[in-house]
Design a protein around this ligand. Structure first.
Ligand SMILES: Nc1ncnc2c1ncn2[C@@H]1O[C@H](COP(=O)(O)OP(=O)(O)OP(=O)(O)O)[C@@H](O)[C@H]1O
Ligand SMILES: Nc1nc2c(ncn2[C@@H]2O[C@H](COP(=O)(O)O)[C@@H](O)[C@H]2O)c(=O)[nH]1
Length: 199
């Protein structure tokens, strides 16, 4: 789970990570927000009307959802459950309210909060992206300050000073968590057992 305030660089870091760690499966969220220039349905988001989104909620098709600065965002349940059942790791890139709901359902997940070097730099990043009006930037900055207070619920805080540094830190976390997972240890133990029986 990669979370943190709007504009900190979650999307940017995630896309570099997906190249470096192709074994991580990315969950595409549903949203009622309008697509930004260049965004594609099914790639960046599943773009939904409010009615379609409400229907997904009614069908319990979302693992979690949240209202964020006037729009709804949610994680399609089926894809997450099928991916986990197939033994693969999945990465969710979502805001803090939703992340905490996922934590209630999957406390064994790894929860990473991405930090900006400063609030000024955060504002510069959102502004520099050029996708939001001044009002929306102000709303996102207000929410960002509230989100920072919830950092204690996360397992790790990772500074996104430089994209490569942030990716390296996250890669180290994912690898360390993999080595301490029950699944890895029992697979390894079974492998050793089978080898010793053969010998
Ligand atoms: N380490 C960094 N140094 C400088 N700029 C960065 C860094 N990481 C990301 N950025 C820039 O900051 C802007 C916001 O990044 P990005 O869209 O990835 O943030 P986000 O957290 O996914 O935002 P949102 O939650 O609103 O979708 C982009 O213009 C991106 O190029
Ligand atoms: N709770 C959820 N939050 C999500 C999901 N997908 C994305 N997000 C977060 O929403 C904000 C705004 O995103 P933007 O694309 O409009 O800038 C950002 O923090 C995203 O991480 C989701 O499925 N659930």
């Amino acid at each position: 789970m990669l979370s943190g305030p709007s504009g900190v660089g979650k999307g940017t870091v995630c896309s570099v990570l997906r190249q470096k760690m192709p074994e991580l499966i990315y969950s595409v969220s549903a949203t009622t927000r309008q697509p930004r220039q260049g965004e594609m349905d099914g790639i960046n988001y599943f773009f939904k009307s409010k009615e379609q989104f409400k229907d997904m909620i009614a069908r319990d098709a979302l693992l979690e959802y949240a209202e964020y600065v006037g729009n709804f965002y949610g994680t399609p349940r089926d894809f997450v459950e099928r991916t986990l059942a197939s033994g693969k790791d999945i990465i969710l890139e979502i805001e803090v309210q939703g992340a905490l709901k996922v934590k209630e359902k999957f406390p064994e997940g790894v929860f990473i909060f991405l930090l900006p070097p400063s609030l000024d730099e955060l504002k510069q990043r959102i502004t520099g992206r050029g996708t939001e009006t001044e009002d929306l930037i102000a709303n996102r900055m207000t929410v960002a300050a509230e989100e920072m207070n919830l950092i204690r619920h996360y397992d790790y805080a990772v500074l996104n000073d430089e994209i490569d540094n942030a990716c390296r830190r996250i890669q180290s976390i994912v690898e360390a968590e993999h080595c301490r997972s029950e699944r890895y240890m029992s697979e390894f133990a079974q492998h050793m057992q089978a080898a010793s029986e053969k010998a």
